[in-house]
Design a protein around this ligand. Structure first.
Ligand code: COA
Length: 179
């Protein structure tokens, strides 16, 4: 049984450290399974290593931040990742304009610690990181079927700006053949 986390002092929000990597790999694996749905599966060893390397590089990159939530005595209970995406304006009239966005990814809070404000606390740190890097827009993706994410993001000020559609080629062929 998990104790309710009522106060900010009940958990610590901090940047991830190399020692956190094994748990972070577990979190991203759980997130991938959560998004994919279906039965539990085990990550291939070479994929685990690749994921660990990617997260390890992110921890060291000044343009990225991996944030974790830690409950004293229980260990890590959540993570979130942000990186700064820079693009140049494409219009002649806009001159040398540069656009900066904070891309949020790899968001996970352990099920028994959800709806206690853990992610909101991590998001404060992600927002501060974005603004420190002059990125005043945040972008993220979630599955249409992910109702928890939908509820959380809309509560936290995000609005849907696009929809990703997918289809098997057979379905598209069928649709085309219907004329
Ligand atoms: C989405 C997720 C990260 C939210 O984390 P969390 O720590 O539970 O979020 P918080 O407690 O900070 O909640 C933030 C707000 O969203 C609301 N919220 C969170 N989960 C909700 C749910 N399932 N239904 C309705 N509202 C919800 C909270 O009530 C809170 O609003 P409030 O401040 O008005 O009370 C967590 O549910 C999760 O890890 N889900 C699985 C992984 C996932 O879907 N990741 C996102 C992929 S993009």
């Amino acid at each position: 049984m998990v104790e309710e986390l009522d106060n900010a002092e009940d958990f610590i929000i901090r940047q991830a450290r190399p020692g956190d990597l094994p748990v972070l790999v577990e979190f991203v694996t759980k997130l991938t399974l959560h998004v994919a749905g279906g039965t539990a599966q085990t990550l291939k060893e070479k994929e685990r290593k690749k994921l660990k390397d990617v997260l390890s590089a992110a921890i060291k990159d000044d343009n990225k931040m991996v944030v974790v939530a830690e409950v004293p005595g229980a260990g890590l209970v959540g993570m979130g990742h942000i990186y700064i995406w820079v693009s140049q304006g494409i219009w002649e009239q806009a001159g040398e304009m540069e656009f900066r966005s904070g891309i949020i990814d790899d968001v996970w809070v352990e099920p028994e610690y959800r709806k206690m404000g853990v992610f909101s606390a991590m998001l404060r740190k992600l927002v501060a990181f974005a603004e420190d890097h002059k990125a005043y827009e945040l972008i993220l993706e979630y599955s249409f079927s992910n109702q928890e994410a939908e509820a959380t993001w809309s509560r936290l000020g995000f609005t849907t700006t696009g929809v990703r559609a997918a289809a098997f080629t057979s379905a598209v062929r069928d649709a085309l053949s219907r004329g």
